[in-house]
Design a protein around this ligand. Structure first.
Ligand code: PRP
Length: 181
């Protein structure tokens, strides 16, 4: 379903406050810093949803690392996944021999992050792990082991803090639930 013109998609209510996000993102950053202290990892964010989370997360990781992004898309403008993941912008960096940490905002069916993980694994990294802010376990269609998970959430349509509905709401400082679409 798409949003017409500037018509709002519907009211939202707070699911995870910005304060709770800050606390959890700081914890995740600390864990990643400990685990990768001497590894000079490559942190790969999946565009576009991971942008806000990644921007805060990397500032909570006080070790040496480099970053890159990869663009993939599967949802289009609606709420239903097309089930097909497309590469829209490839990595700029080489992952060969690197410890790669893939970062995304949410794992829903698991198709997107599984696709990116496969793409990275084919290019000879030393290791590949996953860091995701939100997980919806009950929606999983593809088995995915998330190494660093922020929050498990129920099967609601979450927006904010980088997550969108038809391109909107990425700028909310908290995670909200879209109540009416
Ligand atoms: C969203 C989200 C994840 C993916 C999760 O991306 O950012 O990458 O869907 O869904 P899945 O586990 O069912 O694959 P989307 O394709 O909407 O693009 P965006 O990041 O640009 O919003």
């Amino acid at each position: 379903m798409s949003v017409r013109g500037n018509e709002p998609a519907g009211p939202t209510r707070v699911l995870i406050s910005s304060e709770a996000l800050h606390v959890r993102v700081t914890e995740l950053g600390g864990a990643i810093a400990r685990d990768y202290a001497n590894d000079d990892p490559l942190l790969v964010g999946i565009l576009k949803g991971a942008l806000v989370f990644m921007a805060d997360l990397i500032r909570a990781i006080p070790i040496a690392f480099t970053t890159d992004t990869i663009g993939v898309s599967s949802y289009g403008d609606g709420i239903q996944s097309s089930g097909r993941v497309e590469l829209t912008c490839d990595l700029a960096a080489s992952v060969e021999g690197r410890h790669v940490l893939i970062i995304d905002d949410i794992v829903d069916t698991g198709r997107t992050i599984a696709y990116v993980k496969r793409k990275v694994e084919m290019r000879g990294p030393r290791s590949v792990r996953l860091c995701v802010l939100l997980g919806k376990r009950e929606r999983r269609e593809v088995a995915v082991d998330v190494d660093y998970l922020g929050f498990s959430i129920p099967d609601v349509y979450a927006v904010g803090y980088g997550l969108d509905y038809a391109g909107r709401y990425r700028n909310l400082p908290h995670i909200a639930m879209l109540e009416k679409i």
